[in-house]
Design a protein around this ligand. Structure first.
Ligand SMILES: [Zn+2]
Length: 468
């Protein structure tokens, strides 16, 4: 049966209820988080963030978009950034003096799988057999709500212990896994975008939903969690092969019916996957077209990988304002391919950075950036520390429509921060001491650094992780 005929034959899904409690809040339109009236904190450190994309030019210490304020004070009031100044604040301010340390906006990981810490660093497979051999068995355990609760807490605490304060996350097909993730994120005050996985075929029976259960669970989760605290719902299509046409169409209708919700999925990761998608959806022009024809590509669509796209695909993404979550560590580990960052961006599509754990081998965004540099080097390009850091902070925030909330030290943003030491061991200490420019220093940190360099994470100005 052709995809079109299959779609015609599919049972008509139930009507999608519209939200009944007035207009849904659109997360990021104005940051909703405002705890602890009057709470203040001033942090002294070297402040580095971005006001714009620094581009691909040869990096300098005064590159466009780079905002470098060494030995400054960041002022935080009510969980938000109130200002930056050179002089110490008056005695009414509680202070933390971290002079000689680096303060960055908390990292934003735009594609990561909550249940896959258990399968990170698993040997010997490419994408499709990796799913079968390692991932699906691990995800089966999330049928148990207790496993979900423990897994969600462990996962978010691990993100914070890597300096990542915001993430776009895949839980599992189980509604309880999304519930647990949202609850754990709310308890930590974190900005998390997630939703239950949609997968109604080509997976173990215990890991599949149905059209009816997918719709019911999604609607219940959206009405309970979307716009609450700092959370947003993402219609989470695992990838085209694990959803029927009817389920893809359902996801498209849900995306249209609930303003401010996101869509996340995988696209064009591995060539074997591409061949399978072409067999399953023979009438689609391309892998991306499978999603586009169901209305799944929009300004809030986050597509992981995007390695094997053509110019028409890239133009389509740009037209809709969708973004590619570049996952270089995963792409190298699974042997998937080398993403063409410059062509993607030249077409007008945003590129953010993602760990894609457990295909990726580290939650550290420093390591992700270092792998991105190596992927681009294989393509004959040079990724500067500025370009990489921008993609992991303000660039991701802009692509998600959240630049007024996260990703920079702009006044009014929520104070999601990470405090780093420039060197954490004997080798990077030698390299750091030898650096003669700011970019050289930060590039060495990007290449050699990881979570061992992290001293503390803050969520909304509150300490959320302190290195032992
Ligand atoms: Zn993934």
């Amino acid at each position: 049966m052709t995809a079109r005929a299959e779609r015609r034959a599919a049972p008509k899904p139930a009507r999608i209820p519209r939200a009944t409690k007035g207009p849904l809040r659109v997360p990021g339109d104005r940051p909703p988080y405002s705890a602890d009236e009057g709470r203040r904190l001033a942090i002294r450190a070297d402040l580095l963030d971005f006001t714009a994309d620094p581009g691909w030019e040869t990096p300098g210490d005064a590159s466009p978009g780079l905002r470098w304020r060494p030995d400054h004070w960041l002022l935080i009031e009510q969980g938000r950034i109130a200002g930056v100044q050179r002089e110490a604040p008056d005695a009414t301010w509680p202070t933390e003096d971290h002079r000689g340390r680096l303060l960055l906006p908390g990292f934003i990981d735009t594609h990561v799988h909550m249940p896959q810490l258990e399968v990170i660093a698993s040997y010997g497979t490419a994408l499709l057999d990796w799913l079968e051999t390692y991932t699906f068995p691990a995800e089966l355990r999330y049928a148990d709500p207790q496993v979900c609760a423990a897994g969600a807490s462990r996962f978010l605490d691990a993100l914070l212990a890597h300096g990542t304060t915001s993430a776009v996350v895949f839980p599992t097909v189980h509604k309880a896994s999304a519930e647990a993730l949202f609850a754990a994120a709310e308890a930590r005050g974190m900005r998390v975008i997630a939703g239950k996985c949609l997968m109604d075929r080509h997976a173990p029976p215990a890991l599949t939903d149905t059209l009816q259960s997918a719709e019911r669970d999604s609607v219940e989760l959206i009405e309970r969690w979307h716009g609450r605290a700092r959370l947003a719902y993402a219609h989470t299509v695992r990838f085209a092969p694990t959803s029927t046409d009817a389920q893809l169409a359902l996801a498209g209708r849900l995306l249209a019916a609930y303003p401010g919700t996101y869509m996340q999925t995988h696209v064009a990761e591995h060539r074997d996957e591409l061949r399978w998608v072409a067999e399953l959806f023979p009438s689609a022009r391309s892998y991306l077209d499978v999603y586009d024809r169901e209305g799944l590509i929009g300004a809030r669509s986050v597509l992981a990988h995007g390695i094997w796209l053509d110019d028409a695909d890239r133009a389509l993404l740009a037209r809709h304002g969708a973004q590619i979550a570049h996952s270089p560590s995963s792409n190298l580990f699974l042997g998937s391919g080398l993403m063409d960052w410059r062509a993607t961006e030249a077409a007008g599509t945003s590129v953010s950075l993602a760990s894609d754990v457990g295909g990726g081998t580290s939650l550290s965004m420093w390591r992700t950036m270092a792998d991105a540099y190596k992927v681009q080097a294989m393509r004959g390009e040079r990724l500067s520390a500025w370009k990489a850091l921008h993609a992991a902070t303000r660039g991701a925030a802009v692509a998600l429509g959240l630049e007024r909330e996260i990703g920079s030290f702009d006044v009014g943003c929520v104070a999601d921060l990470a405090l780093w030491q420039y060197a954490a061991g004997p080798v990077d200490a030698v390299r750091d001491a030898a650096a003669t420019s700011l970019h050289e220093r930060l590039f060495a940190l990007m290449t050699l650094g990881d979570e061992r360099n992290l001293l503390a994470s803050y969520v909304a100005g509150r300490s959320s992780y302190v290195a032992a």
